[in-house]
Design a protein around this ligand. Structure first.
Ligand code: ADP
Ligand code: MG
Length: 459
């Protein structure tokens, strides 16, 4: 079978399981580059897609490929352009209309079901306290999470945990659920990412089954809501969640919530929800230090029964600082490389593998990126941010963007002014000073800036 025919067949198998935007996002511009020695080499447009395919779709891809060609044993992902599959993709997949669109809120995590996920609770049994590594960056949230298990519904209710991408929030909050169930199997636990919750509400409204849905969430002993920041975008969803929250809270049922930022930094969060969250325990996860990164790599390499030298692990731990998922990604690439090559992996080989991570442009800091992250963070448009809009809710984000440019890029005041529609340099100075002053009296702002800085590093 030709390479592009194989890929076409694989995509046809994958496509029905995904929402259309998802499918297009992750598979447009991909192709099979090589099929030799049992390894299918798939080319992808950039490092981000590569990481995503590896993390989310690797199993499904491999499965689909093997169904078609049993000789294929492994998949390697490289950044590059497919030869002639571009037009095939357009003809086959772009023009076709799908009969029905899945819910617009369907999240990536949900699109291909992991078999091991418990259908009752939606918990993934792989997230446990036993395999969660504790360092100074997460010890507070870890301790709080354990205390939640011991004092369910009483001491820390709600428990709100926040931090950047790939730092273990989902792992930790699911570990709470799994641990509770090992001690009290009869308790009702439910884990749900807020995007999925919203999708369920949309469906229930369409099918007139809101009653059943309310019952489902209001009958639990422990509700774990992941990535609550998405819910803040729509008032109706917040409204619904607020009622469920109150009912659970009044019955002393435990609520655990995660977010990429603290409650006060979720711009569109209704104040009554925010004050509810603030009434419980709020803990943050920061960035892991070198020792912890090393321990994480070492432990994961051991569980995968792969012998990698300490030098190689130290090298990786040194290079990848901001994201534990990326750390795992690099380790998996090393493991794959070591399976494919006869020689043991040394630091040089590791350097090549990590270089492909580090080469991604997302590590590069620019004015544009600061604007994008700040606009995203406050859920406003970049246009409003830079133009002369006087809307109240853009004034502060704008000051913060200016402050971050000054702080991180050492840009001169006049040229920051230029970036914001030709504002005068005195305005810029005033803005930066305002933020600096606010920082002295408002500890929440410090948290907010920290969350933004982390995103700037990670995005
Ligand atoms: P987040 O929800 O903050 O984006 P995840 O919980 O999904 O991050 O973590 C990303 C990956 O890193 C997961 O595979 C998770 O198991 C792993 N991970 C994160 N933190 C730890 C930790 N402290 N110990 C071991 N593995 C971790
Ligand atoms: Mg998560």
């Amino acid at each position: 079978m030709e390479k592009h025919e194989l890929w076409q067949a694989v995509l046809s198998k994958i496509e029905p399981a995904l929402s259309r935007p998802n499918f297009l996002t992750w598979f447009q511009g991909t192709g099979v580059m090589d099929l030799a020695g049992g390894t299918a080499t798939i080319c992808v447009p950039n490092g981000f897609v590569r990481e995503w395919l590896q993390q989310k779709y690797h199993k499904s891809l491999l499965h689909a490929m093997r169904e078609i060609d049993t000789d294929i044993k492994e998949i390697a992902y490289v950044i590059g352009q497919p030869e002639n599959t571009g037009s095939m993709f357009k003809d086959r997949f772009l023009r076709r209309k799908r009969p029905s669109m899945p819910s617009p809120f369907m999240s990536d995590d949900m699109s291909i079901k992991e078999l091991s996920v418990n259908p009752e609770t939606s918990l993934n049994p792989r997230y446990t306290f036993a395999n969660f590594i504790v360092g100074s960056f997460n010890e507070l949230s870890h301790a709080a999470a354990q205390s939640v298990v011991k004092n369910l519904g009483t001491t820390y209710n709600p428990f709100f945990i926040y931090g950047g991408v790939g730092l273990g929030k989902t792992h930790l909050i699911q570990a709470i659920g799994n641990e509770v169930l090992t001690h009290h199997p009869s308790l009702k636990v439910r884990y749900v990412p807020s995007e999925k919750y919203m999708g369920e509400i949309v469906d229930a409204l369409r099918n007139q089954q809101m009653g059943a849905l309310k019952e489902k969430y209001r009958a639990v002993d422990l509700l774990i809501m992941d990535d609550i920041q998405f819910i803040a975008r729509t008032e109706k969803m917040q409204e619904e969640f607020f009622h469920t929250f109150n009912i659970l809270y009044e019955r002393n049922r435990q609520i655990v919530i995660s977010s990429d930022r603290p409650p006060q930094a979720i711009a569109t969060l209704e104040s009554r929800l925010r004050s509810r969250f603030e009434g419980g325990m709020i803990a943050d996860v920061g960035l892991p230090d070198f020792e912890t990164r090393f321990t994480i790599l070492k432990t994961k390499a051991e569980t995968k029964e792969i012998a990698l030298s300490e030098d190689v692990l130290k090298f990786i731990a040194e290079k990848i600082k901001n994201n534990i998922r990326e750390l795992e990604g690099a380790l998996n690439q090393l493991i794959m490389a070591s399976k494919l090559s006869a020689a043991p992996i040394d630091v040089d080989a590791a350097r090549k593998i990590v270089a492909s991570h580090a080469a991604a442009p997302r590590k590069f800091l620019s004015h544009k990126k600061i604007l994008k992250v700040v606009a995203d963070f406050y859920d406003i448009s970049e246009r409003d941010l830079v133009q002369h809009s006087r809307k109240k809710d853009v004034v502060r984000p704008r000051q913060i963007a200016m402050y971050l440019m000054r702080e991180n890029l050492k840009t001169s005041y006049p040229s920051i002014g230029d970036k914001f529609g030709g504002r005068d340099h005195t305005t810029v100075i005033h803005s930066c000073e305002k933020v600096a002053q606010d920082l002295l009296i408002n500890p929440d702002l410090e948290d907010e800036l920290k969350a933004i800085r982390e995103r700037i590093l990670i995005v």
